[in-house]
Design a protein around this ligand. Structure first.
Ligand code: GCU
Length: 666
């Protein structure tokens, strides 16, 4: 079946259906020309060699200066000047009468500006945009060899890998080209193509398979995207035949330098390495008595001369913990490992920090690591793939969650938001695959779109982003459909939270695949993911006074606010405190009553979603309608299952019935 065009259906390109003049410098100008040519051919416009005869001018800055006599161009130039210091990838769009000019600071800016023109559909007169972050990256957890349970994409819920099949890079990269175009349209400019868990086959990407890597890079490059590889820290042994991967051994440093040289010979604009070391069984510097600065630096020194960076992941913790040991706290691990290393990393190391201290749960506090290493370049890692948020079977628009993280005032007494702390940019774990709708659940495309939008502008309103996506995807002409889709999705993260793990407790999922409820599934395991429920209460005491001391990793005012029951926000209560079942929340409800009320309301809300969607039958593409309908039925079933298990669990452990006497415990 045909591939769904996501938010770039053919009729979205009508803004280019006129006399279009394209000129500028840089390789992406050819891409912009191709885009314009395709659209003009489709809609009856044409490419116009004479700029004075054109209605739409697509220019890079240097060429625009030569055409400053053209009023629309002059307005765009003026807007750029007013906007302040120049910035790569920036663009301006300006109109004057029936003429429009898009001026990019460089060819990347021109590409972004061209897609922005398609999105803005002529609403504003002058627009200038610059990216908040230079690096806006997606990490694919794709494997070359299919795993019996997970397929080719670890935690992938959208079919197979776009890049790999049957142990090889795909011969036909047509889907990759379509994907890269989508990414370019939302400003993503870096992609790591393989899983952070690097198995034997993918180790070879850095060696014998470099020519295939180069083929992928060639496709991405046309859309302004640099390719990165996840590499095994043990590559010098596995691939190089050395007897050690000790980062301080000279032959190891030499091996990495030579490996980097080979990569850049094949991929001149290679972005760099992503490394998961000493984490969940991946090799790392600890085996040699070295620390993570030693490990990251040897790789950074190899890449730096070529302009590459190392994304070194801070997701390091003990996954073989003794659950009986109440003093070890997985939430502390990243700060405990990395804060002492601050100042020791090479400039080309980017410390990649998951947004929360544990692991992409539906609700976590912001990771304190983001403020704990001021002398280190950090990037924040978000998870588009909905591992813990419904696995692309449930509707869960994550824009509001990410917006909360990015705008959270973590540093300088609450005044400095996360987006100002992440000079290394924003990274997301991708949610796409070979699925005809790209993302399994068609509405999960909104998460890909929102990632791009928020990585570019972290202060953007996630509701406005949602509306922009919905209008682009479902057509601006059917306001009703757009309204309904937005109404269904705006609070879908809150809805998901309401019927799953309550009050920030997390990890009440089935072990292994992480779908569906299993309240005690992880309770007596080595993974460090506990809730400590008993007949008296529930929650993890992470206070300094009586618990693991995790609250002490936060700067003020958060260290005090989270420490004190009186000021800890309800939604994070059980993340920071162990409380009696009848503890009263700020909302006025007890913990028990909160679970009953939110779970029952959550199921009702999902029933409403089913009805809302049913009303769109015949108004959206039939295949898409059917796919969403089928997913909503599963969401309805699963929400009920969550509700029944959570409510029953709480009832059986607490013995406290529902205040309203509802039959909530089977
Ligand atoms: C989670 C996820 C793993 C993944 C890991 C990571 O634990 O379940 O599949 O490898 O995160 O981010 O490295």
């Amino acid at each position: 079946s045909p591939i769904h065009a996501a938010w770039l259906p053919e009729d979205a390109t009508t803004a280019l259906a006129t006399a279009v003049h394209v000129s500028g410098t840089g390789p992406l100008v050819a891409t912009v020309s191709d885009e314009a040519r395709a659209a003009t051919r489709l809609h009856g416009g044409h490419l116009e060699p004479d700029p004075t005869a054109a209605r739409l001018l697509l220019l890079t800055l240097d060429l625009a200066r030569a055409l400053a006599g053209e009023p629309a161009v002059a307005r765009a130039l003026e807007a750029l000047d007013d906007d302040g210091p120049s910035c790569p990838e920036r663009y301006a769009i300006a109109r004057d009468g029936d003429r429009t000019a898009v001026v990019g600071e460089d060819d990347h800016g021109l590409l972004h500006g061209t897609f922005a023109l398609l999105r803005h559909r002529g609403e504003e007169d002058v627009v200038v945009r610059r990216p908040a972050h230079r690096s806006r990256m997606l990490d694919h957890w794709d494997n070359m060899v299919s795993h019996p349970v997970m397929g080719t994409v670890e935690r992938g819920y959208a079919g197979d890998s776009l890049f790999f099949a049957d142990g090889d890079v795909r011969a036909d990269l047509g889907r990759v080209a379509g994907y890269a175009r989508l990414l370019a349209s939302i400003g993503v400019n870096r992609v790591a193509v393989n899983n952070v868990n690097v198995h034997r086959a993918e180790t070879e990407l850095l060696g014998p398979r470099l020519a295939d890597v180069a083929r992928i890079a060639d496709v991405l490059r046309r859309w302004g995207i640099r390719l990165h590889l996840s590499v095994s820290f043990a590559s010098p042994i596995v691939l190089g035949g050395l007897s050690t991967a000790d980062p301080l051994a000279e032959e190891v440093a030499r091996w990495w330098t030579e490996a980097a040289g080979r990569v850049y010979a094949a991929v001149p604009d290679f972005g760099g390495f992503v490394v998961k070391a000493d984490s969940e069984g991946q090799p790392g510097p600890f085996a040699y008595g070295r620390d993570h600065a030693d490990g990251a630096n040897v790789l950074a020194r190899a890449l730096a001369p070529h302009g590459g960076v190392v994304h070194w992941r801070a997701f390091v913790y003990d996954h073989r913990q003794d659950w009986r040991d109440r003093s070890t706290d997985r939430a502390r691990a990243a700060s405990d490992h990395f804060a002492p290393l601050d100042g020791r990393f090479e400039p080309d190391v980017v410390l990649q920090v998951k947004h929360g201290p544990i692991d992409f749960q539906v609700r976590e506090p912001v990771s304190p690591v983001l403020a704990a290493v001021p002398a280190t370049t950090v990037a924040v890692e978000l998870q588009l793939t909905q591992e813990y948020t419904g696995q692309q079977r449930h509707v869960c628009y994550l824009g509001p969650a990410w917006s909360e993280v990015l705008t959270f005032g973590l540093a300088e007494r609450g005044t400095r938001p996360v987006h100002e702390l992440v000079a290394g940019g924003v990274v997301g774990v991708a949610n796409v695959g070979t699925d005809e709708f790209w993302t399994g659940h068609p509405l999960a495309q909104a998460n890909l779109f929102a990632f791009g939008a928020l990585a570019w502008d972290p202060t953007a309103d996630p509701d406005a982003v949602l509306r922009e996506w919905a209008a682009a995807t479902f057509g601006p002409d059917d306001e009703d459909v757009v309204d309904t889709v937005c109404a269904m999705m705006t609070d879908s993260w809150a809805t998901y939270e309401s019927y799953t793990a309550p009050l920030g407790v997390g990890f009440m999922v089935r072990p292994g695949h992480h779908y569906g409820p299993d309240v005690d599934g992880y309770e007596y395991t080595p993974w460090g993911t506990y809730h400590f429920a008993d007949r008296d209460g529930i929650g993890v005491d992470r206070t300094r006074a009586t618990g693991t001391g995790f609250t002490g990793q936060y700067p003020s005012p958060w260290r005090e606010r989270y420490e004190d029951l009186a000021s800890c926000p309800d939604e994070l209560l059980l993340f920071f405190h162990h409380v009696p079942w009848t503890h009263r929340l700020h909302s006025g409800r007890t913990v028990v009553q909160h679970v009953y009320d939110t779970h029952l309301a959550g199921v009702e809300r999902v029933e409403e979603l089913v009805r809302q969607w049913a009303g769109l039958e015949g108004r959206v593409e039939a295949d898409l309608f059917a796919r969403v309908q089928e997913r909503l039925a599963e969401q309805r079933r699963s929400a009920q299952e969550w509700c029944d298990q959570l409510c029953t669990y709480v009832w059986r452990h607490s013995g406290v019935p529902d205040e309203h006497g509802r039959p909530i415990h089977p």
